[in-house]
Design a binder for this molecule. Structure first.
Ligand code: HEC
Ligand code: HEC
Length: 450
């Protein structure tokens, strides 16, 4: 071999080695800095605060004392969330038995719809991740089950289950303590808060009705669920055992187990320092530090039962299917529920894991990429002219991040917080044998049911 050639190889090898060493040194330093930043930000001052329990660790998951988690409830809820056979009270018979909760909370899209707006009843088709669901030709728009706001992901919902929805209107405790006098007044459904459950358990009772789903003793029997209900709800007597209430409790139990405990950042927290790249770690350092994301995204899943105005655009400006008069109130955020001036345009802080499954961000799906979201926080210029300056959150202010810093933050959000294993939460088949999450003929073909 020619001498020069050998020298070239040698020098290239040394450069690579030097790069590796400096990367390791930077990596080690970043790890230490990050450990410090993460634990400093935790109420417990330990890394453990952010560790999400695994889905089978029921005792460690946040739960409603009135709906303690059991394996039996979770098993039943895992079927019912997807059960198209409960779609027996449609607005239009053409959609009978063709939709489920998961029509809008699609596992392959990280439990959001695969499109800007979810379509339950009145939708047609699925695609790969719910992105091809369109209006059913036999429906008029008013008959469709669509909302004027983007569906929230139900992943990690246990960590913000005290008060659910973007406006937090469901749930008897948490932020709703002190709002008792308006339950059922402006919004009839919130009367259910008087039952005394947490937001998740309360909302899903109403959710079944809103989304035209129903459970009865006959149906439970026909679809093969009677024994599942018997095992999950022995304390409920007679017809009550096979009802929308027990169905809500089972679905809520299941939803509480949907954690993203296998995300790289979770592995890093548990001591696997190579689970994240150095760039992701630098991004995390910004998240917990200079970019101040942690000041609002405070729960172990980076959600919070707190409400802030960021001045983002609403959904109804951007979609063709309108929900109707309800939407105007939804656009007011927390204020649409409480009627208080100081709550206007404030929305609940969503969790930040698994943002990649469907690329629509904020309550109005106004951003199409994580890069755009980070840019929005960096500039802090509101895009919605309806939101007055004085309503905006004090912590929504320009960050002046460099391009490199923005790229690092994006890497952390995109890869560090993406648990690739969430498809494990979808059942393989339903006891009823029904196709899910949709069962119209086009979906059936696309999903592979026939
Ligand atoms: C037509 C689409 C659609 C269907 C079907 C649907 N959802 Fe939703 N879901 C939404 C939308 C939209 C929101 C946000 C609404 C809001 O905040 O006002 C939401 C919010 C939620 C939340 C709140 C999460 C949080 O963090 O506050 C839960 C829980 C939920 N849905 C569960 C269910 C269950 C259970 C079913 C079946 C009974 C269901 N959804 C069916 C569209 C849908
Ligand atoms: C002032 C409190 C606050 C701060 C600070 C904050 N957020 Fe948020 N974040 C929110 C709220 C509230 C929403 C929902 C806003 C809406 O849709 O109206 C949100 C939404 C998001 C979303 C969209 C999630 C989804 O499901 O659509 C992402 C991503 C996000 N924030 C990331 C960040 C990052 C990264 C930072 C730091 C640069 C940050 N946030 C700082 C309160 C905050």
């Amino acid at each position: 071999m020619n001498k020069l050639y050998l020298l070239a190889i040698l020098s290239a090898t040394m450069t690579i080695m030097a790069a590796c060493v400096s990367d390791t040194i930077e990596g080690d330093r970043v790890d230490l800095d990050l450990m410090q930043a993460v634990s400093n930000s935790a109420p417990s001052n330990t890394l453990d605060y952010y560790v999400l329990p695994g889905h089978t660790d029921l005792a460690a998951l946040p739960q409603d004392p009135r709906n303690p988690l059991t394996k039996e409830k979770v098993e039943l809820g895992k079927f019912l969330f997807f059960e198209t056979g409960m779609g027996i009270v449609p607005e239009n018979e053409a959609g009978h038995g063709s939709y489920s909760c998961a029509s809008c909370h699609v596992p392959a899209a990280d439990f959001k719809p695969g499109r800007k707006q979810g379509i339950g009843e009145g939708g047609f088709g699925f695609g790969f991740r719910g992105e091809s669901r369109v209006k059913h030709s036999e429906y008029i728009e008013d008959e469709m089950d669509v909302q004027g706001i983007r569906p929230l992901s139900v992943l990690n919902v246990a960590f913000s289950a005290e008060n659910t929805l973007w406006n937090g209107s469901f749930g008897s405790g948490g932020a709703n303590v002190g709002t008792e006098d308006i339950w059922g007044v402006f919004d009839e459904a919130t009367d259910l808060n008087h039952l005394g459950y947490q937001g998740l358990e309360t909302q899903n009772i109403e959710g079944l009705k809103i989304h035209r789903l129903l459970m009865t003793p006959e149906l439970a029997n026909d679809m093969g669920y009677t024994s599942y209900f018997d095992k999950a709800f022995p304390e409920f007597e007679g017809e009550e055992r096979y009802s929308n209430i027990t169905t809500s409790l089972a679905i809520s139990a299941y939803l509480r187990t949907l954690t993203t405990s296998e995300a790289p950042f979770q592995k890093w927290l548990k001591g696997n320092m190579s689970a994240m790249s150095t760039q992701e770690k630098r991004g995390a350092l910004l998240f917990f530090g200079d970019a101040n994301c942690i000041s609002c995204h405070t729960s172990p899943a980076f959600s919070a039962v707190r409400f802030f105005a960021l001045g983002v655009n609403d959904l109804d400006h951007q979609v063709s299917f309108k929900e109707g008069p309800e939407t105007a109130k939804k656009n007011l955020g927390r204020g649409g529920f409480t009627g208080r001036e100081e709550d206007l345009y404030k929305f609940k802080v969503p969790h930040l894991y698994n943002l990649q499954g469907t690329q629509f961000y904020f309550h109005g799906s106004s951003k199409r990429s994580i890069e755009e979201v980070v840019e929005y926080f960096d500039k802090a210029v509101p895009e919605n002219p309806n939101v007055p300056q004085e309503a905006l959150a004090a912590d929504f202010r320009p960050l002046n991040l460099s391009d490199q810093e923005k790229a690092d933050l994006v890497a952390f959000l995109k890869f560090g917080l993406q648990d690739p294993t969430v498809m494990k939460y979808a059942p393989e088949a339903l006891p009823s044998g029904n196709c899910f999450p949709n069962a119209d003929w086009k979906s059936r073909r696309e999903i592979g049911c026939e």
